[in-house]
Design a protein around this ligand. Sequence first.
Ligand code: T4K
Length: 376
Amino acid sequence: MKNSLIFSRPIYVTRPLLPDLEGVFGKITETWNNKILSNCGPMHTSLEQELTKLLRVKHLSLFNNGTIALIAALKALDLKGEVITTPFTFSATVHSIIWANLKPVFCDIDENSLCIDPNQIESLITDKTSAILGVHVFGRPCDVQAIDVIAKKYNLKVIYDAAHAFMAEIDGYGIGSFGDITMYSFHATKLFHTLEGGALSCNNEILHKQLELYRNFGILNEEQVVLPGINGKMNEIQSLVGLENLKYLEIERNKRLAIYDLYVQLLQGISGISTISIPKNVKNSLQYFPILVDKDSFGCSRNELYLKLKEYNVFARKYFYPLCCDYACYQDINSSHITVARKIGDSVLCLPFYGDLLYNEVQQICNIISYIKQES
Ligand code: T4K
């Protein structure tokens, strides 16, 4: 039985969306002819305009990756002291706080949303706190209303890491409508990508100008450099790949939606495996397909399932284990109060999820999980 379930090639957690090469070559030819390769050329301008419309935000600035964008966001808000954030995220979220010369303070997460728990934030606020950095983990949004109330009460800035939340919406509002600044990642592993890339959106024109200065060395004009900015610019090749990928976005989203539904349907019969529900008022970003493994009712732990899946050539990922607060470099930051995130970090597993995954492959992955359960 086991041998018949083994995939003949590796099935990874994701595979990038690749636009038709002819379209890419057409745009590369344009770029070669006009010889503008970077510094906000025509492809860049065009992608920025398209994304501003698509994400329904007031201002959007492209960046060369999400991490540099997040650092620029923290710098542009002129923050000092401490930033309250989640440990259940990719390293880049917390590293960005350090790169902006700020101190991360870890807050536990909510068991349902897997995002920062607003009920735990207030007790962590001190006279040094200047901001809250929430992450819309797996595209399921933070409780933006509760966070807004706390931010207003204590006069804090709010930054959202929406690396997983491209095109997510709450009550029909684009995910970038909330907080002071929202960051997006367009890395190759993201549903919408520009090879590497990212963006920041905000609703404030003055802040938008600051972000653009931070993106380009703080250069105001040929003779004035007004702040210590960085090189955060997206180049023309990245931008044109983004423009071509936009053409396939709806197709990719529809394919993922069908795969998402199939996974939910096939996994619901397997006790010990649960999926993360998306509230009715939220538009799913369809970025990842996370499951939670309950060792007692499934029969083996998340770690055992992860390792066993590899024997079948299925390379699921433990996003996000270990928690950021357990990294060697963050041992000096208090995390004794982090309990929910530890439980989730020990039970979460992201299954392969991308548009080119075939229905029979989804079926096979679910059959393998069932078989592993039977054998445990
Ligand atoms: N905030 C959050 C919450 C994030 O999740 C991220 C990034 C950021 C901030 C920072 O944004 P960026 O600065 O990256 O724009 C990946 C990505 O590199 C990273 O962007 C992403 N989050 C993170 C969750 O995942 P790895 O180390 O897991 O990637 P890797 O290379 O193991 O790739 C996973 C699988 O994808 C591979 O097994 C095969 C497939 N793959 C990957 C690449 C790069 C491909 O098929 N083709 C490819 O080109 O970090």
